[in-house]
Design a protein around this ligand. Structure first.
Ligand code: URA
Length: 183
């Protein structure tokens, strides 16, 4: 583990810890306030993120941004990262060995940001951070406290594009997060 961002970012530059390095255009490391109170964790970069090197800039990210705006969460105030930093082919779910190979980078990001709240976006983030025994359908919307961090599991923004009900629940979960941010 590195105790500063420069060394951590340098350590990932030529990462070849898993097969996802083969086709990547850019490593999507993370973006936002490095001293954020709230961190958002997604699954892995899609095509747009791979091209730009920034998480959540595609369709799902734009929808998430709209929700942020509506609720009054400033994207610049939070830190956003993913379970895997390189795009899985055809946007498939990362294989477990890929997630495992990448997770230490994320753990190091969490150590450096020191967030009070972590929002887990979808099943991949939930299972890799809180454990395989969790399921997103039953866990979403409920706070989980672990080692002084409050976790809010919620839907992945891509799921909202297909299901209006999930959008309502996502909105409700983010409002909870906003409320907690202000406490
Ligand atoms: N989906 C994710 O999980 N992460 C991104 O950065 C973009 C889409």
């Amino acid at each position: 583990m590195y105790d500063n961002w420069e060394e951590l970012e340098k350590s990932i530059e030529n990462c070849n810890r898993c097969r996802l390095c083969t086709n990547r255009k850019n490593i999507v490391f993370g973006v936002g306030n490095k001293e954020a109170k709230v961190m958002f964790i997604g699954e892995g970069p899609g095509a747009d993120e791979d091209i730009q090197g920034i998480p959540f800039v595609g369709k799902a990210g734009q929808l998430m941004n709209k929700c942020f705006e509506g609720i009054g969460i400033n994207r610049e105030d939070v830190y956003i990262a993913n379970i895997v930093k390189c795009r899985p082919p055809s946007n498939r779910v990362p294989e477990q060995d890929e997630a495992d190979a990448c997770l230490n980078y994320l753990r190091n990001q969490v150590i450096l940001v020191k967030p009070k709240i972590i929002v887990l976006l979808g099943s991949t983030a939930l299972k890799n951070i809180l454990g395989k025994e969790y399921g997103i359908t039953s866990a979403r919307g409920k706070w989980v406290e672990n080692k002084s961090i409050l976790y809010m599991p919620t839907w992945h923004p891509a799921a909202l594009l297909r299901d209006e009900n999930k959008k309502i629940e996502f909105w409700r979960d983010l409002k909870e997060v906003k409320k907690k941010m202000e406490q």
